[in-house]
Design a protein around this ligand. Structure first.
Ligand code: HEC
Ligand code: HEC
Length: 386
């Protein structure tokens, strides 16, 4: 009798329970927090082998979120309830199957508006000290609320998103599981949960990493040649795309071209007093770069060969007439051969690792269907959680 009663209850309400375990590569602490553990923790600063050295430690990551916060963030990230017209989720532009990008040169918002920049990957954002191509926000919490309320993105309002979450049949209970000390659901909790989920997107087990940890057979001869070009003082890639994150987390003016017909993007130099940063962009990590084309803030280059070739076409070759950019001193004329360009691309392909790909939720707490662009990628969802 009792069993039947509970079974019926579960069927009728189907209350969701957030996961109580941390994602793989995270350890649950006694305080119910997920702590990131990677093989790079073995390398302390004493063992640093200089710029581009393989056994270099990583910067501090954002971790310490509870398993429930990470899991709630996962639901929110995929849920189009967060957009004004319920058409778009964060994951629409940051699709797991495309290295958490949208595969487009320029992103398209919920109302079909074409944006001005390409969607960056979210792999390893836990380590980033500045976000957006121009580095204009410093934390994932600040960042999360920007696309929600941007007109050309999810176009929502704080009032609508909160009202819809609170009147939903599942979300209030889920927020209580993730934030047991909070009386009422608010935007801070929404931003924390999205941050918690995004901080769990760790990719540090590529063929390159296996090589870096001492398994030399992980890379073949061609890949090793590419790595040596990448690290050479001729190509200078690793001066900016510094291992192990493949970014030095700085802004650099390198003078990439805009798409045909698009106005010049001043990047980090858009404000008065920041003229020296005109045309400057954040050095992007190259982790999972093979999955995230087209490349650059503008999506101007379709392939990794084209992106690598840019650096050898001459300092400032793509800077529009009349712009006087203060190009970074590592941008020069390395005169790379077509073979070296190919080797660079081959090497960048060794930075792929999706072993910690999270599962796309099959049912969303809002009851809305997954956005169409995610349903197609759902077929090859190689996620590790059901
Ligand atoms: C319409 C497509 C679109 C949607 C929807 C969208 N993003 Fe983005 N996202 C972008 C673009 C484009 C950028 C880069 C914008 C720039 O640099 O000015 C970006 C940048 C980011 C960054 C910075 C990454 C970095 O390396 O600097 C994070 C983090 C991020 N988005 C998370 C989210 C979250 C969380 C949501 C949902 C609340 C979301 N995005 C929704 C397109 C989108
Ligand atoms: C002076 C610093 C610097 C050096 C040196 C440098 N890069 Fe970059 N790289 C950047 C910046 C900044 C961007 C973003 C530029 C933009 O969006 O306009 C970038 C973007 C890229 C991208 C596109 C990433 C994406 O997510 O779209 C690739 C690929 C790349 N670089 C590869 C290389 C290779 C290969 C070399 C060596 C030949 C190299 N870089 C040397 C700073 C540098």
């Amino acid at each position: 009798m009792m069993l039947t009663f509970f079974a019926q209850l579960a069927l009728a309400g189907q209350p969701l329970q957030l996961s109580g375990s941390c994602p793989p590569s995270f350890e649950l602490t006694a305080q119910n927090q997920c702590k990131l553990v990677t093989r790079y923790d073995l390398y302390d600063s004493l063992q640093n082998k200089g710029v581009g050295g393989t056994q270099t430690s990583l910067p501090e990551a954002r971790d310490g979120f509870t398993p429930q916060q990470i899991d709630l963030g996962r639901f929110l990230f995929f849920d189009p309830l967060l957009s004004a017209n319920h058409q778009q989720a964060c994951a629409s532009c940051h699709q797991p199957a495309l290295g958490f990008t949208d595969g487009k040169a320029l992103s398209t918002g919920a109302h079909g508006d074409v944006g001005t920049r390409s969607a960056p990957s979210l792999w390893n954002v836990a380590y980033l000290k500045q976000l957006f191509w121009d580095g204009r926000t410093k934390t994932l919490e600040q960042q999360a609320l920007i696309p929600l309320f941007a007109k050309h993105e999810m176009a929502n309002t704080p009032e609508q998103v909160l009202a819809e979450l609170m009147s939903n049949s599942q979300y209030p209970a889920l927020f209580r599981q993730a934030f047991p000390d909070k009386e009422q659901l608010d935007l801070t909790q929404l931003a924390t949960a999205l941050t918690a989920f995004q901080s769990s997107l760790i990719s540090l087990n590529s063929k390159y990493d296996q090589y870096a940890h001492g398994y030399h057979l992980a890379l073949n001869d061609e890949e090793i040649k590419g790595m040596n070009v990448f690290r050479s003082f001729v190509a200078r890639c690793s001066e900016c795309h510094t291992p192990p994150l493949f970014t030095n987390q700085q802004i650099a003016v390198i003078g990439t071209p805009e798409p045909e017909g698009m106005p010049f993007d001043p990047g980090a130099g858009s404000e008065a007093g920041k003229e020296k940063w005109r045309g400057g962009f954040k050095v992007p990590s190259l982790r999972n770069i093979a999955l995230t084309g087209p490349y650059m803030h503008s999506g101007r280059f379709a392939t990794l060969e084209e992106a690598a070739e840019f650096y050898t076409k001459g300092r400032g070759h793509a800077v529009p007439k009349g712009e006087h950019l203060q190009l970074h001193w590592h941008i020069w004329e390395p005169k790379l051969s077509p073979e070296e360009i190919k080797q660079l691309a081959v090497f960048m392909n060794t930075l792929t690792d999706q072993s910690l790909l999270p599962a796309i939720p099959q049912t969303l707490p809002s009851g809305l269907p997954l956005p169409a662009e995610l349903q197609t990628t759902n077929d090859n969802n190689k996620g590790i959680k059901p």
